[in-house]
Design a protein. Sequence first.
Length: 366
Amino acid sequence: MQPPFEKRRDAVRRKFKLLGADAMLVSDETNVTYLTGFTGDSSYLLLTTRQAVLLSDSRYTIQIDEECPQLDREIRTAQTTLLQLSAKAIKAARPKALAVEADQLVKSTYDQLASELTSTHLVDTSELVEGLRAIKDKSELENIRGSIQIAERAFEVIRAQLRGDQTERQIAHNLEHQMRQFGASRCAFDPIVGAGSRGALPHGQPSQQTIGGQPFVLIDWGAQFQGYASDLTRILVTGKISPKLQRIYDVVLRAQKSAISKLRPGVKFSDVDRAARKVIEDAGHGRRFGHGLGHGFGLQIHEQPRLSPVATGALKSGMVVTIEPGIYLLDWGGVRIEDDVLITRDGCEVLTSVPKQLEQSIVDLI
């Protein structure tokens, strides 16, 4: 399915017009990709009310022809900086007011641009394109579903191959290999593998710790497919299910189910977080759930919206979010359960399908 790039660019035009601008310089590389399909770096996009011009360099001439052949472009030479090329293109377009991504431009670049464009007023914007990216279109959802399918297939392979002498790092590397084998371009992020007490590190780096002799392993992973990410977390039980593990796991699972039951358009982000956090707090573990409940994802692994106690705003149809409550106990381990969920017109759809009942998480090491 061909992404509707022109439709996305028109949405940006409507946004910057509301701010009193008649053009916009898009400098964030991910936003440039979202609006054009171009996946190179060191490039900007100049949007006017009628034109879209990709500002890039000669390294990407052929790539631009392949990825966005219909797009106008200006290619700089080695003697010209991207800022100089941008200033020249903007002057030629003659906007009275130019919207810029103030969150993305460093101050020195912003100041240089302002000094070059003496006849153009700069209008600062914050997350203008990112707000549009929060609502996924059909082509994006297709790629996200593909990414999830790859991640889940890879997980089943490494689960079946687990050995007691494998290290966390070996498992992480094998998981990445399997995702690439199934069609991923890369991992969506470096996989997190924490055996036993190391599972208490929410973003712990895989170590040389072997999993043999550890009661369970936390694995957080995701694939990148056609530019789009997935993000899942599961516990694999490599020993017997202890009463403590059962209690902690049941609390986290109930917290996740409570949050998922709240997902529908119009519900505040903070209320979704609260639904899960209350379950964990009521169980006496509130201080051991220190991060937000979840986040949006797509071209990047962390995008709008954010689901946390301090997040503002409400869910909208088309958003895709993670729901990932956790409890982390020092010197014992951590339990996190994470699924990817699409907000629909009248509720939600859980896109991930890896079993998450604790009994279904038991593996026999080979």
